[in-house]
Design a protein. Structure first.
Length: 327
């Protein structure tokens, strides 16, 4: 049996209950993993609230690290006793132990702790696909300006460091001076407090009126319209989240008037759909972390039993960096 956080219906944090569920043995293409640490992400909130609908009851959580306890038929990249970490669908990481598909589970290098492994996979792989795979026309080169919203969050702080390593000039936005300083400390070239400054005006000032090549936006509704106006001609608006709510529908014709710009909505799970791609992306992430180019900042740790408070703090923007839960 495994203590598991589950919801019977969509709603607030109070809907999450700790229940004891049977674990069973892995089938073909599956593993059984005992968790050491569990990652907390905004996608968990979307699934709990119903913004991203799932059948009920639903076990929550998309990211964790632990030790492989059993391996099903056909799984060759993992063996019993391996240290492992993952960002994976279907949900269900908020638990002591689970059986799950093996394709998104990666062997965790010995140089990376379980806590760091649980904190880094979903957010780190997201930063990887944004900065390395979600690129404007002609790509990005050293010196190019990019705008990254919520730069003091878990994905943001990883992206600030990785962008600096790649030579990009990352303009990071955040909702307080303290969060802006955090983004600056982690490699953002410029920072904008969007609660006190007009980020569109500041972006134009910083770029000499030219705008940025790409906007990476996980905020959604509150930043969408001005973000489009931050782009230079042929620039790319890359949406990957809805922290303030989904962006409103828009007429495609406006994109022409704003400089023939591009818009894309990305999801991590499209990028890691195959084991080969998932491993390739994870190898790049492990490399920058082991070499110290990207440091994974864990600012909050909760017990799994305190998951409701963890969700409340995340939704209230009280968290910075990465958050994990321990058992």
């Amino acid at each position: 049996m495994s203590l598991t956080v589950q919801i019977a219906k969509n709603g607030g944090p109070e809907e999450m209950k700790l229940v004891d569920l049977p674990v069973g043995q892995p089938g073909p293409g599956e593993i059984r993993i005992r968790h050491k640490a569990i990652g907390l992400n905004f996608i968990d909130v979307y699934q709990r609230s119903g913004l991203y609908p799932f059948p009920m009851p639903l076990s929550l959580g998309m990211e964790a690290s632990g030790v492989v306890e059993a391996v099903g038929e056909g799984v060759t990249h993992l063996k019993v006793g391996d240290r492992a970490a993952y960002a994976s669908s279907p949900p269900g990481s908020y638990c002591q132990e689970r059986v799950m598909p093996a394709k998104n589970v990666c062997k965790l290098p010995d140089a990376i702790s379980f806590e760091t492994g649980a904190a880094m996979m979903l957010k780190g792989l997201t930063a990887q696909y944004l900065l390395k795979r979600t690129l404007p026309q002609g790509g990005l080169k050293a010196g190019d300006f990019v705008l990254f919203h919520a730069a003091a969050g878990g994905v943001g702080l990883i992206a600030c460091q990785w962008a600096k390593a790649l030579g990009y000039q990352l303009i990071g936005t955040a909702g307080s001076d303290a969060k802006c300083q955090l983004a600056k400390d982690h490699g953002a070239t410029h920072v904008i407090n969007y609660s006190t400054e007009d980020f569109l005006v500041r972006v134009k000032e910083i770029t000499g009126g030219k705008g940025v090549k790409v906007v990476y936006d996980s905020v959604g509704k509150d930043t969408w319209d001005k973000s489009l106006d931050c782009l230079m001609p042929f620039g790319l608006m890359a949406s990957f989240g809805n922290a303030s709510g989904p962006a409103a529908p828009f007429a495609p014709g406006i994109l022409g008037g704003k400089g023939s710009i591009y818009v894309t909505r990305q999801t991590l799970f499209t990028h890691i759909a195959t084991r080969e791609t998932n491993q390739e992306m994870a190898d790049e992430l492990f490399d920058v972390v082991v070499r110290g180019q990207v440091k994974i900042r864990i600012d909050q740790t909760y017990k799994l039993a305190d998951v409701a408070q963890a969700h409340r703090d995340l939704e209230a923007r009280k968290t910075t960096g990465c958050t994990i839960m321990t058992l």
